[in-house]
Design a protein around this ligand. Sequence first.
Ligand code: DGL
Length: 259
Amino acid sequence: MSGAIGVFDSGIGGLTVASAIKKHLPNQQIIYFGDTLHLPYGDKSSGKIKEYIKAISAFLFDNKCEHLVVACNSASSVLLSLKNLPPFSSITNVIEPVVGQVIANPDIKNVGIIGTKRTINSHMYKHQIEAVRADITVHELATPLLAPMIEEGFVHDSIAEQVIHEYLSELPEIDAMILGCTHYPLIKKEIDSFYNGQVKLFDAPDVVANTLKKLVHVNEAQPISDHFYVSDYTASFEKTARLFFGEAIRLEKSDLFPY
Ligand code: DGL
């Protein structure tokens, strides 16, 4: 039987990616780690985030994960410069698979990228796209209010609509948009309405799950049960987890970062 897939995020937003992995690879065991103690990563320094990535990837490796998925965009944006991670069979971040889709589309000339301050300030999407497709211009915009707004449940209402309108009005005309944050698939419909369906939207969950499918040895039998660890537990995290995973899950408090 193939080893577990470790999925790591700054909190519970990465459950959008875990849920897609479950859909595409239902027999693989998932061990999720949400670093709710240090949330949000979007405002942290890259040095601090690297420290957390090292500790959490070691935890997942010690818990028999064979593959690692860094579901968090902010963490993925600093991951590539990080050395000496545990020897997983594969390490997948959420940036490269999405960039792969964008650069494969010859019609795209102007692409917007929205995400946390950490993701946008890393310029990782911009550098990766422009390195391969000099004919594409990447327009970057930090949208830090969106993640907490979504966590508070403002998704399909006038508040979400107004915040999306305020932010996206800052971008010039684009033909594609990357939703560069774990939380944004939940407001994909609203972003699509803002653009009247005229802008092609890219997000991570399905493309990351499909990338992973090519890397794992698919199990025939049902897996042993999944685990969803968090570094800080509150009932409200558990309630919000349902929003991102699509069904109720039980969060387990890990003692990785004792306090
Ligand atoms: N998971 C983060 C990301 O995708 C969003 C939340 C945070 O700032 O920690 O960038």
